[in-house]
Every structure is written in C-alpha cells, then in structure tokens.
Design a protein around this ligand. Sequence first.
Ligand code: AHG
Ligand code: MN
Ligand code: MN
Length: 335
Amino acid sequence: MSTKRISLTQYLIEQQRGEAQIPAQLRLLIEVVARACKRIAINVNKGALGDVLGTAGSENVQGEVQKKLDVIANEVLIEANEWGGHLAGMASEEMDDMLGVPNRYPQGEYLLLFDPLDGSSNIDINVSIGTIFSVLKHQGGEVTNESFLQPGTAQVCAGYCVYGPQTTLVLTVGKGVVLFTLDREQGAWVMTEDNLRIPEDTKEFAINMSNMRHWAAPVKRYIDECLAGKEGPRGKDFNMRWVAAMVADVHRIMTRGGIFMYPWDKREPNKPGKLRLMYEANPMSFLVEQAGGVATNGTQRIMEIQPTQLHERVSVMLGSKNEVELVTSYHREAQ
Ligand code: AHG
Ligand code: MN
Ligand code: MN
C-alpha cells in the first residue's frame, strides 16, 4: 500500500462515495462502534489501577460468570450506540434479550450484535482480548429477538477489535478486509493494511487440545494427521497456537494464515458447539471469507445457517481455504 496513511473516517467516506456505497447511517454506526472500542481499550489498559479486573458477581444468560470488563464493555457499547439514530436494536452475549432503542431517540435501520469482550479468561492475566461485532439490516416492523435471526450472508458489516500489544480494528463492509491501528497520540484509527488476505495453505492449527478425547472422529483424524508431521500423510510438520480468545486466534490467521477450530464435542453432546453463531461465528466467518478463507461447521458454510435462537451455538472451523476444506471433507465422508 502507499505510504500515505488514511484514517477510518476517510476510509468510510470513500466507501460511502465509491463502489461499496455504504449508507450514511452505516458509516455513523461503524464510527460509533470504533469510538466505543477506543473507550473499552482505555478501560482494558487501566487494569488493576482502574478496578476493571475480576468478576462482576453475576452470570450471563449462558450461565457464564461475568467479569467486570464483560459488563463495562457491554455498557460502553450500549451507551455509545443508543442515541445516534442509526440502530433499530442491539443484541449482546451479555444480555438475555435484544435491546431496543429508547423512545426518546430516533430509530434507525440497523441491528447491531456484539460479543463486547471476547476471551474473558485472559483479562486478569494480561493477555490479548477483543470485541466482535456484526451488523444486519432490520427488515421492518417491531424489533424483537426474531428480527436478529438472519443468516450470516445477510450481514452488511462485521469487525473486531483486538486489545493486545497494539489496539487494532479489522473491518469488512463486503469489499475485502481492512485493518486500522489505534494511534493513541492522535486518538485516531489509522489504516495500516488495505487488503488482508489469508494464505490458502498453512502449517499452523489452533484447537484446545485438552478436549481431544471428546472430539468427533473427523476432527481427531485431521489433527492426528497434522501431528504425524513430515512422516505422516500430510508430509509436513505443523505448529500449534491457542490464545483462548477467538478474536486473537482469528487475527493471527488474518495476518499469517492458519486454521482455527472449536468443534462440537461429547462434553455437552446436545450443544452444537461452544461458540455463538450470531456474534462470534458469523462476523468472523464474514471477515474470513472476505479475506479469501473458508468457514464451516464441518458440513455447512457457517454463513448459510438459518439461526433459530439469539444465543445459538455452533461448531466452528475457519481460516486457510485448503485446510478448512480438508477437515470439512473428512466430516462429509463420515456422514
Ligand atoms: P468469551 O470470553 O466471549 O466467552 O469467549 C471465549 C471463547 C473464545 O473466544 C475462545 O476461543 C474460547 O472461548 C476458549 O475456550 P476454552 O477456554 O474452552 O479453550
Ligand atoms: Mn467470545
Ligand atoms: Mn464475551
């Protein structure tokens, strides 16, 4: 890319005028979410000095203990988004049901879904965490939980922010994937990559190996073959990484390739997986596909799944095209 750096605002104005033709309300929405992520980043950075570590003493709808930062990040996103007139409603990992826009504010056209703080178990140990979001168009009528139950293919925008050594924002409006880095001196998001592409091949996989004994046979077969290395059927050695924050694992894949899997397993056989379809798997799948990668649940493209519940879970395999297609073919053979 050229040496002249552009800001998020400039990029969005160009997208509004150019090929993507994003509407003004969507541009405002993205700016507001990006501003909220800056505020979350400030809270994250305070750590023990800001009373943001530890648990909040509550549980979310999925029975998970909420950390203080889960609650803070959720509040920051709500407060930032409720008054701008760009939203019809919001849904979050940390809220049982969708949240409408208060009557005193105008209602907009979009639905915003978010995982306000991804990788909560990393907060207290000072390891990368993030925010994931997905944007849908409201199809009209009263806004209810059902309004959000649109397949991932209906997303008009998705993105994530990583609070790591750098604070970065990765975004798609359906015209490729761009990366912004937070310039703290200017308080501005500055574009540092204009076209992220995931290499089709990789020698790196990400999966929580401690669950191996619970996996389905096709996942076990795929990982066993990776572990067999040069001498095995794959004829090459593989490396492994697991950050325990999907947002950071996906960011590594966006940067240098790899495959990320959180598959269905026998621990809770009635649940399709651990990760959530609406605000984790769908936005990440949109970004991964826009960067040339693939995202499936083992048998089906994730973005084509028709959701039936706001907090629906899903099995996830995403990243470098040839690896995701291979493990998906193992699942289809086993059907
Ligand atoms: P969250 O913190 O939003 O609940 O999400 C955590 C998720 C995901 O980000 C990560 O990949 C996975 O949980 C880690 O799970 P394990 O602890 O089972 O490895
Ligand atoms: Mn999460
Ligand atoms: Mn979360």
